[in-house]
Structure formats: structure tokens, C-alpha cells
Ligand binder design. Structure first.
Ligand code: ATP
Length: 357
């Protein structure tokens, strides 16, 4: 049964100048972020960029080295985790193996000394929400990975937290289940109306689940925006690369005329649609997605290194004459050693100034 979404009544979660050092190493170098009540935020970035550290700081599992965290008007960074009352879901489900699903879910309510009848009602609601009512008496060892993760989610939400924090909750599930659970988690988020902060290194997960994505790198926020913003308009070459613009072509602006810019790259002339002003002679980096860089009758000359059939098309890697590695698509079979010409539509090519990448 789908529950109508309650109006987000919660308060904004604010990170200001959040810093976290481990000895001399700065894992978080000053994060500023305002998360709106009811928002689903994905913290996205490569391994080691500080996502988990940020989540743990919000949860209160780690002290800050600087900055503040507030919920509405209240500073919460001095509060211990249990006083913040946030729900947490981890990659390892962290269930008690000797307790039934029902008792695992109820554990936090026991800690809060919620009266029995009220607790039972809330446990039933939480189990129903994650569609586990029929499995309530099973032990974790008698359940599938997906079911165990649902128990962990029920346990996190049964305390009615203003904020739910999830750290790569789907990493231990197989691909098919992962896909189903994305939709499930999104549905549960909407049903309970709380704010969700979700850590992942998987772009597809972030794109499909989040209202806004925060891309991190080296302890800093690189870009914040809607999935569409990040996918279509990455502001930096490293963000673009992370969002799937795999080919990186060093080039130099040859000329601009009538809104069209021509760039000399990989021994060829490439027409692009620059979104920011560029001047003739300026060094730039062009970036393009494999699905948009297509083998055809004109474009950059390259030699195929690898090519594989992926159902509708072939995808592969090729080397341009200057050595640049290009990732392309071909609608006809191509094989290693073959010469191809690769081209993309001007509006599908991103242009970044300098050799930022
Ligand atoms: P992953 O997806 O691999 O977990 P992450 O983005 O979540 O990556 P964090 O776990 O937050 O990254 O770690 C950020 C950086 O801080 C890493 O370079 C890590 O080695 C370092 N770090 C994390 N915890 C500690 C610690 N307890 N002591 C020292 N360094 C740490």
C-alpha cells in the first residue's frame, strides 16, 4: 500500500565549515551544505574522498576538528549520537544474530523505554513499511541479504528519526536486488517524510535515487546539484569524468565564429559548443561520453584497441594518433587494430579551460 507523503515538517540540516583531521591528514577540509527537510541527498565520490567520514560526523560517531552541524536553529555537533536520534543503516547490516527481525527492529525502542503497546504498534508499522510483516519472527541467518537489509532499514526508521543516514546500504546485494532496493528505499523515504543522507560511490544509484547529489573529492565538495545538473552540466573535468565523460582530449582553440568553436584536438578539428567564453589559442580539455563518441564517416582518426558487443552496439577503446585514449560506440562490428573515425555532436562535448584534467 502506498502511503501519501507527509509534508516535510522537519528542519534543515546545516553543515558549516565541517572539518575532520586524522593526525596530520585532513579527511574533510571544510564542507558547507544545507540539506532541506525531507530532501534525499546522495554524497557521491571516489573511494577515500571522505563520504563515510562526513556521514559519521553527522551521526556523531566521530568528533569534528572544526565547523558546526545544526538541525534547524539547534547546534547538534556537541550531542552524543543517541541524543541526535538519527537512524543509521550500514553496508554490513549490523543486526543481532540471536534476535528475531521483530526484536532487532524494536531494540532502539527498548533503549528509549517506549511502552510495550506503543512499541509493538510501531514495530508492526515499520515491518509493514519494509514489507517484512510475514518474516517478523525469523532470525537474520534465516533471511536473504535483501531481507536483512530491510530489517536494518526498519530498525533505523522505527525511532521516527528526523534524519536517516545510509552508508552504501546496497553494496552487499546482487545486481538485481540492488536495483529493486533502490526503488524500495526511495519509496520508504517518501513514506516517512524524513531527510535522508545516502553515501554511495555509484553514480547510477545517486542519479536514480537522490533529489540532489553532492560530489566530493579529496575532502571537499566539488559540485552540488540535481541529478540532471550533474549529468548534463558538470562544472569540473574531474566531476565530468566521474559522471561518465570518459574520453579526455587535450586541445587548443583554433577559432570561434557565430557561436561555433573549433578546437584542434588529437590531430583533428573538432567542432564544439563552448558554454563559457574561450579565446583562440587557449588550451582546453574536451570531454565526451562513450555513447556519444560514435564511429562514423568523419572525425578523429584512431586505432581500435578493444571492442566488445553490448547488445545494441559495440563499445570500445581506441588510440588517437597523439596517443590519447578514446572510448567510443560503434553500431557496426569493429575489431582491434582497425582504423576508425570518431565524432560527437558539438553539444555533447564538454569544454573545460586549460588542462584541468
Ligand atoms: P570509501 O568509499 O572507500 O569508504 P570514503 O569516501 O567513504 O571512501 P572515508 O572512509 O571517509 O572515505 O575516508 C576519507 C579519508 O580519511 C581516507 O583517505 C581514509 O584513509 C582516511 N581515514 C578514514 N578514517 C580514518 C582513520 N580512522 N584514521 C586515519 N585515516 C582515516
Amino acid at each position: 500500500p502506498s502511503t501519501p507523503r507527509p509534508a516535510p515538517s522537519g528542519e534543515a540540516l546545516r553543515l558549516a565549515g565541517l572539518r575532520r583531521d586524522f593526525g596530520g591528514f585532513q579527511a574533510l577540509k571544510g564542507l558547507d551544505l544545507v540539506i532541506r527537510p525531507g530532501e534525499f541527498i546522495a554524497l557521491l565520490g571516489p573511494s577515500g574522498c571522505g563520504k563515510t567520514t562526513a556521514l559519521n560526523c553527522i551521526a556523531g560517531l566521530q568528533p569534528l576538528s572544526g565547523g558546526t552541524i545544526s538541525l534547524g536553529e539547534r547546534r547538534i555537533d556537541e550531542l552524543p549520537p543517541e541524543k541526535r536520534g538519527f537512524g543509521m543503516v550500514f553496508q554490513s547490516y549490523a543486526l543481532f544474530p540471536h534476535m528475531s527481525a521483530r526484536r532487532n527492529v524494536g531494540f532502539g525502542l527498548d533503549m528509549q523505554r517506549v511502552p510495550r503497546r506503543e512499541a509493538d504498534k510501531r514495530i508492526d508499522e515499520a515491518l509493514a513499511l519494509v514489507r517484512l510483516s510475514a518474516q517478523a519472527d525469523k532470525l537474520p541467518g534465516q533471511m536473504s541479504g535483501g531481507q536483512q537489509q530491510r530489517v536494518a532499514i526498519a530498525r533505523a526508521i522505527v525511532i521516527r528519526p528526523p534524519v536517516v543516514l545510509m552508508d552504501e546500504p546496497l553494496s552487499n546485494l546482487d545486481a538485481k536486488l540492488r536495483l529493486e532496493m533502490r526503488a524500495e528505499i526511495r519509496r520508504i523515504h517518501e513514506a516517512i517524510g524524513s531527510t535522508t543522507v545516502y553515501v554511495t560511490h555509484d553514480q547510477d544509484e545517486a542519479l536514480s535515487m537522490a533529489d540532489r547529489i553532492v560530489v566530493m573529492r579529496d575532502g571537499l565538495i566539488r559540485q552540488t546539484g540535481t541529478p540532471e545538473d550533474l549529468y548534463e552540466r558538470p562544472e569540473h573535468a574531474d566531476v565530468a569524468e566521474f559522471m561518465g565523460y570518459r574520453s579526455k582530449l587535450p586541445g587548443r582553440v583554433a577559432g570561434t565564429a557565430a557561436g561555433r568553436t573549433t578546437v584542434e584536438a588529437c590531430g583533428s578539428r573538432v567542432e564544439v559548443q563552448a558554454r563559457q567564453p574561450v579565446a583562440a589559442g587557449q588550451p582546453v580539455t574536451l570531454m565526451v561520453r562513450p555513447e556519444d563518441l560514435v564511429a562514423g564517416s568523419s572525425g578523429i582518426v584512431a586505432t581500435v584497441r578493444i571492442s566488445e558487443y553490448r547488445g545494441r552496439a559495440f563499445f570500445g577503446a581506441a588510440q588517437a594518433i597523439d596517443g590519447t585514449e578514446l572510448f567510443f560506440r560503434s553500431d557496426r562490428p569493429v575489431s582491434a587494430g582497425e582504423r576508425v573515425t570518431l565524432g560527437a555532436r558539438p553539444d555533447q562535448i564538454l569544454v573545460f579551460p586549460g588542462d584541468e584534467a
